[in-house]
Design a protein around this ligand. Structure first.
Ligand code: SPD
Length: 285
């Protein structure tokens, strides 16, 4: 503890541009490396975090902590909606969010991931995230999520989950007002959207802009939930939730305790606590 050292090439490092910081994970071996039509996909076996998937050098999933992110991307939205039946996931190629959503009594989950290779690599190296891929309620589509929503019929989904990468390259459009306007149109009355919204500490401006854009296209209530995610920038992450018509602070609390499945992170108390914002965000919303 506390020793000054230089990391050698047995460490994976993701540097956080403009933040003077980085995360490093000690690597046992590299298991996979490919350039898909969209991005470089790498898989490592780490010493303490199990397997690690990176896309273009950025951490997406580790065995050890992905449950926090995937549970917080799915259960708050699904317990906030009165009766979710039709769910759309944009991105989510590693299938961790899909697995959590399918724990609910939904009728259909359509997942639209741009890069099929992410899913195929996840099936090989993260099989526990992909155990529900053959669930008859799941429809896996490999195409552009932004175009999918643009072309979808009005009022076709109860919940939209935007489980994309950081707002760089093709994923930048997932944070735009144009995209949110289409999401508003394709949500049924009472519909809910949730999107990963980066780090409250490093990316507060993005979260604030997301609130404004969601409100501008008509979402009645917009809230950000925050939670620890130690392998993402700053170790602190967020998801932003918006309701087409109603508020998104109240949720089916009773259903969370009588649920027929187990969670490792999510519970009703954490859901409420995650909605409490730090002063520096409240004062700028
Ligand atoms: N900085 C990493 C942000 C990645 C968010 N999405 C991860 C996908 C996990 N299903």
């Amino acid at each position: 503890m506390g020793i000054n050292m230089t990391l050698d090439n047995t460490w994976f490092t993701e540097q956080w541009e403009g933040q003077g910081s980085a995360i490093s994970l000690k690597i046992k071996s590299k298991l996979h490396d490919e350039q898909s039509p969209y991005q470089r996909i790498e898989i490592y076996e780490t010493e303490a975090f199990g397997r690690l998937m990176t896309l273009d050098g950025l951490v997406m999933v580790t065995d050890r902590d992905n449950f926090i992110y995937h549970e917080m991307m799915s259960h708050p939205a699904l317990f906030t909606h009165a009766d979710p039946k039709d769910v759309l996931i944009i991105g989510g190629g590693d299938c961790g969010t899909l697995h959590e959503v399918l724990k609910h009594p939904v009728e259909r989950v359509t997942q639209v991931e741009l890069d099929e290779r992410v899913t195929r690599v996840a099936e090989q190296f993260f099989p526990e995230l992909c155990v529900s891929n053959k669930d008859p309620r799941a429809q896996l589509r490999f195409s552009d999520g932004i175009a999918w929503v643009k072309d979808a019929p009005a009022e076709s989904y109860d919940v939209i989950i935007v489980d994309g990468t950081d707002p760089i390259g093709p994923a930048a459009g997932l944070f735009s007002e144009v995209f949110y306007r289409d999401c508003w149109r394709v949500l049924k009355p009472g519909g809910i959207i949730v999107g990963q919204s980066e780090s409250p500490l490093f990316h507060a401006d993005l979260i604030i802009a997301m609130h404004r854009a969601l409100r501008a296209v008509g979402f009645a209530d917009v809230r950000t939930l925050h939670f620890p995610q130690c392998t993402y920038p700053s170790g602190w992450w967020s998801a932003t939730l918006a309701g087409k018509n109603g508020g998104v602070v109240n949720f089916r609390e009773q259903a969370t305790s009588s649920k027929s499945f187990r969670t490792r992170y999510y519970n009703a108390a954490l859901h409420k606590g995650a909605l409490a914002l730090p002063e520096f965000l409240i004062n700028n919303m």
